[in-house]
Ligand binder design. Structure first.
Ligand code: FES
Length: 277
């Protein structure tokens, strides 16, 4: 069993989740994920790692409460235990001195991109961070990003922080901020990753996205996480989760995600916990 050290709502619907996991923490790297189950009957849920403490043996993730499995996770309290915390899984994000790197993140991706930004800074890059949200009250960890970034840029749909609008303004924002990235890394929802990739393709800026489809075993055995990249079938769990955003078949990916949504949401409705749907 794995002991919960912290589980708190950090902004509406997003939870910070810290677990004591001595085997995982020794090997974890930026870009890895873990698979968790809240109880013996729970579904296996992939969570990207957002931070870790090798001395305290703890690993932290940020997850969004969006279905039955994450609703169970959201009810856990410090001191509770969970039966499954498997990892680290997936390939680590490529870290090298690329020059100037822009880290783009929203939602739970703000958490998972943090160790990537920190490692890129340590590798000698000039790191800029762009955080995107519906409104300023959905942003978090800005202080952490200030420490590892030349500048933290914010984009909010209601204009309550930074630029008003969403990520489709990225080209214009790069011009206004006078940033010419050698590489962009995006963590967050499918919309954010896809839109960023669409903006950067004509600008010929290498764009790495962190794909997090439904997963079951996380080891390449079940096939649930498959997607098409550069015309070839890939498994996000073992070939990714990072891929070139200009090579992902986004239409197919979205269709596959939608196929699973009803099964994920239905048990929650039955359990009477569907207040936010
Ligand atoms: Fe089963 Fe990737 S999660 S093959």
């Amino acid at each position: 069993m794995y002991r919960i050290i912290e589980r708190r709502m950090i902004v509406p619907n997003l939870h910070e989740f810290t677990v004591e996991a001595p085997e995982v923490v020794q090997a974890v790297q930026p870009g890895n994920f873990v698979i968790v189950r809240a109880d013996e009957l729970g579904e296996r849920t992939p969570l990207s790692v957002a931070d870790w403490d090798r001395e305290a043996n703890t690993v932290t993730s940020i997850f969004m409460q969006g279905g039955a499995s994450t609703a169970k996770l959201a009810r856990l309290k410090p001191g509770d235990s969970i039966p499954t915390y498997a990892g680290p899984l997936g390939n680590e994000t490529e870290i090298a001195n690329f020059g100037t790197v822009l880290c783009v993140a929203g939602c739970y991706g703000i958490g998972s991109i943090y160790p990537i930004a920190r490692a890129l800074k340590d590798a000698g890059n000039k790191v800029y961070t762009l955080l995107e949200a519906r409104s300023s009250y959905l942003l978090y960890w800005e202080d952490r990003f200030e420490e590892v970034s030349e500048r933290v840029i914010k984009v909010t749909r209601d204009g309550t922080a930074g630029y008003k609008g969403h990520i489709s303004r990225l080209g214009e924002i790069l011009t206004l901020e006078k940033i010419r990235p050698d590489r962009i890394i995006v963590n967050g929802c499918t919309f954010l990753m896809r839109k960023t990739s669409e903006v950067t393709q004509p600008l010929a800026i290498k764009t790495i996205v962190n794909m997090n489809p439904i997963m079951i075993d996380g080891t390449g055995m079940c096939g649930v996480c498959r997607l098409t990249v550069a015309g070839k079938m890939k498994f996000a769990c073992v070939d990714g989760p990072d891929f070139d955003g200009h090579e992902v078949d986004w239409e197919e990916f979205l269709k596959r995600r939608q196929t699973y949504n009803p099964e994920e949401v239905h048990p929650l409705r039955k359990s009477g916990c569907a207040a936010h749907f």
